[in-house]
Design a protein around this ligand. Structure first.
Ligand SMILES: C[S@@+](CC[C@H](N)C(=O)[O-])C[C@H]1O[C@@H](n2cnc3c(N)ncnc32)[C@H](O)[C@@H]1O
Length: 224
């Protein structure tokens, strides 16, 4: 890690000291991932991919891009695995792991063209567990290339409003806010919320050229 001044004002710092590498990952997927990170084709990360609806759609619709989709809940991952085994897509790697530990151990800095966090758990009783309140968010930013984008979607207006405040006041990142079309059906949760008539929004958060984090030169042990 280096001590240069970051572009943001988030004080706490992410630590990998006690973060173990996820176990039992498929070795073929990990070696494929390493090759993907050295290739020039666009590479995306989805955090909390659920049953994989968005991941499968994205991989089908973007054959020239590659996606790593991470889900930590066994039941959801099993459903994802079942669908992905039917619909084999060469440009999709799906991983059963905690996305924080996985990213810290296996994603190199400056490699991602974008990330998706679609309908994250709102964490009503622990706001420090929301993605933009976590030190990990800085680490995630360091894995993005300049001009890469994070898509953050939620059905909870307060979650989006809080994220906008953090982006303006702390992360100092530009973003666009959009209302999600009622016909959109990217994920299981999106379908459920829109069917109930809920107001779903997304933020397209851009990492500008020259944006600095304290992890820009940090390579984890798993990086190959
Ligand atoms: C509300 S669900 C949304 C799932 C999916 N994105 C959708 O929209 O249908 C949030 C998901 O994020 C997953 N999740 C939360 N924290 C995670 C983490 N640290 N690593 C991986 N998955 C995580 C949960 O297991 C859950 O499946």
């Amino acid at each position: 890690m280096i001590t240069k001044q970051p572009s943001h004002q988030f004080e706490r710092i992410f630590s990998t000291a006690h973060l173990h590498a996820p176990k039992n990952l498929d070795t073929d997927s990990i070696s494929q991932l390493s090759k993907w990170q050295q290739s020039k084709l666009p590479l995306y990360l989805e955090i909390g991919a659920g049953k994989g609806k968005h991941a499968l759609l994205f991989a089908k619709e973007n054959p020239e891009s590659r996606l790593i989709a991470v889900e930590r809940t066994s039941e959801k991952f099993t459903a994802f695995d079942k669908q992905a085994s039917v619909d084999i897509l060469e440009n999709l790697i799906y991983i059963h792991a905690d996305a924080i530990a996985f990213t810290a151990h296996f994603i190199a800095p400056n490699t991602l063209d974008g990330a998706f966090i679609l309908y994250p758990n709102p964490e009503p009783s622990n706001k420090n567990q929301r993605w933009l309140n976590m030190p990990f968010f800085e680490f995630l930013l360091s894995r993005l290339k300049p001009n890469a984008q994070i898509v953050l979607a939620s059905n909870i207006t307060a979650y989006i409003d809080e994220a906008c405040a953090r982006l303006d006041e702390v992360w100092q990142l530009p973003y666009q806010k959009r209302v999600i079309d009622k016909q959109s059906a990217r994920t299981h949760f999106e379908i459920k919320y829109l069917a109930r008539g809920e107001h779903c929004q997304e933020l397209l958060i851009k990492k500008p050229e020259g944006y600095r984090t304290r992890f820009d030169d940090f390579f984890a042990k798993g990086d190959m």
